[in-house]
Design a protein around this ligand. Structure first.
Ligand code: APR
Length: 304
């Protein structure tokens, strides 16, 4: 058990400062304007960069994947990780330029680290909030909005705290690890909108006197009550389970694939790289999610 925090409700649009929503929505109108149409290519580039144009190859999609998803009444569960936001410019954690390459999680993403040096922890989360404020959903996020509309029983579970699924228009993503753009009291858990800390002056405090912290789940803390149970419920009755852009090493999210497997679901991994749990999957799509998910949607004839 890695993560615990009492009674956090996943962030929702209501938690975002309206001006931010307005600005970004005005900019994109959720996926409607940004990616109202799928990228017009099912190609992916491989090969030398710079000198010669990359060799563009048509994406190969395992027939079993299309077969598993062809029935729109199928119970589909998609579980995403940092990789689904990589093409938006949000760093992942464990890739070559991942966030954990230069710092140890224990130093910044634990209640102990916050107790030890809350200013340093805030500094790091403000840096990450700064990144999230400047990025937009990518075609991968937007394709999952289409799938939510298409499949009669569709569940989206995410470990991501960037809120990009919501901003893309996903109606009910289960945000297992919270939401970096919102805050709450470290003592009483009181939600406190988007209060932050710019590194100067007093640390922000709650009326109860407790320190305010980012509304995310840290290592060693409990996941939000209800979110995990809802995920388990959906996974246990899933007919198709997709793991998109996660290395599958952080529990309890990493156990969802195993639960889906033992419940008889058809397992699909979407990740350009092999992961520690790839052996469990019935089919893999070794492409960036922002390219391959729209390609699958196109092949299935899912409406734009
Ligand atoms: N499309 C799909 N997958 C991608 C892409 C992409 N464009 N780019 C990278 N990936 C894959 C990587 O190959 C890697 O397997 O995404 C995965 C990202 O793995 P991690 O960085 O470990 O992120 P994640 O699995 O989400 O981490 C889980 O760990 O640090 C904690 O709380 C944090 O929620 C996070 C949890």
């Amino acid at each position: 058990m890695l993560m615990a925090a009492a009674s956090i409700t996943p962030g929702c649009l209501a938690d975002y400062p309206t001006r931010l929503i307005r600005l970004r929505r005005a900019a994109i109108g959720d996926c409607g304007r940004l990616w109202s149409r799928r990228p017009s290519y099912d190609l992916v580039g491989r090969g030398p960069i710079g000198i010669l144009p990359p060799v563009m190859k048509t994406i190969e999609i395992d027939r079993a994947v299309l077969h598993a998803l062809e029935n729109r009444r199928a119970r589909v569960v998609v579980s995403t990780g940092a990789g689904v936001s990589a093409e938006s410019g949000v760093p992942t954690f464990r890739d070559a330029n991942g966030l954990w390459k230069n710092v140890r999680p224990e130093e910044l993403a634990t209640p102990e680290a916050f107790a030890r040096d809350p200013r340093r922890v805030w500094e790091w989360y403000e840096y990450r909030r700064g990144v999230v404020r400047t990025v937009l959903p990518n075609p991968g996020h937007c394709e999952l909005v289409r799938w939510e509309r298409h499949f009669s029983e569709f569940t989206l579970i995410t470990q991501n705290v960037d809120g990009l699924h919501r901003l893309a228009g996903s109606v009910q993503p289960i945000e297992l690890h919270g939401n970096i753009m919102t805050s709450r009291c470290h003592e009483c858990g009181q939600q406190s909108g988007e209060i932050g800390f710019d590194g100067t002056g007093e640390l922000p405090r709650c009326q109860c006197g407790g320190l305010i912290r980012p509304n995310v789940v840290w290592f060693g803390e409990q996941l939000p009550a209800g979110a995990l149970e809802k995920s388990w419920e959906a996974v246990q009755s899933a007919e198709v389970f997709l793991s998109v852009g996660t290395s599958g090493v952080v529990q309890p999210a990493a156990s969802l694939a195993r639960l889906a497997k033992s419940s008889g679901a058809f397992l699909i991994e979407v990740n350009p790289e092999d992961t520690e749990v790839s052996y469990m999957f019935d089919a893999v799509l070794r492409y960036p999610s922002g390219i391959v998910l729209p390609a699958v949607g196109r092949r299935l004839g899912i409406a734009e």
